[in-house]
Design a protein around this ligand. Sequence first.
Ligand SMILES: Cc1cc2nc3c(=O)[nH]c(=O)nc-3n(C[C@H](O)[C@H](O)[C@H](O)COP(=O)(O)O)c2cc1C
Length: 233
Amino acid sequence: MPSLLHIDSSPRPDSVTRRVTAEFAASWRAAHPDDAPYTYRDLAAAPVPHIDADQVAIMHRLESTGVRDLGVARDAAGTPEEKASWAVAWELIDEVLAADTVVLGVPMHNFSVPSTFKAWFDRLVIPPLVVDPGTGMGPLSGKKVVVITARGGAYGPGAPRHGFDFQEPHLRAAFGMVGFADDLTFLNSELTKSAHVPRLAGFKEMAAASLTAALDSARDLAGATGDRPGADR
Ligand SMILES: Cc1cc2nc3c(=O)[nH]c(=O)nc-3n(C[C@H](O)[C@H](O)[C@H](O)COP(=O)(O)O)c2cc1C
């Protein structure tokens, strides 16, 4: 059964990334059976606690003993404090393991990702999820991952800040570590600040075209996902 995990991280209710991830999720749900599992997580409304000493201690033990089995890793917490911390990580891990498609809303914050998103990812990546160096494969390999970003400015070739996009390259590298980059698509809406910054007002048309392209691609990607390609949406 196809399944979707939908995660938002913008602090803004009327956010661009929320609009595009919602379009993706609506199209995906319309293209799949009514009972296809759908899970939603809002990292702004319910931030994941930062990784702590207890989770790091468990992860160091897993690394030093070379544990790659997820079942063994799941039971690796010792003290009550470790068990509480490990439970935070496993709630997130289980959501990702259960999904075959993951759509992530990730605004650009200071040329990178929001701290709430980083906190989620730091909790998620435990040693057995890292791809096996021999095979290049891991438990998350092969999932369809769609990252929906929004940026106040522009970062393409020719833009003054071309080269300042540390968001997409960071995510491609980090996701590659856990096999999350095998089927990875970025949909970037740019120049969103033209809506409220007077000196950028001349870029409103470019911003609208960028958003329209992201929405169109989101619908296409969502409709092409899973076992009913071409279904009405
Ligand atoms: C804390 C913060 C940092 C930001 N940093 C950048 C930045 O480095 N580059 C940029 O182009 N826009 C930046 N922006 C603007 C956002 O990327 C822009 O508003 C985008 O639309 C956010 O996505 P959202 O609409 O889904 O919230 C920043 C906004 C905030 C709130």
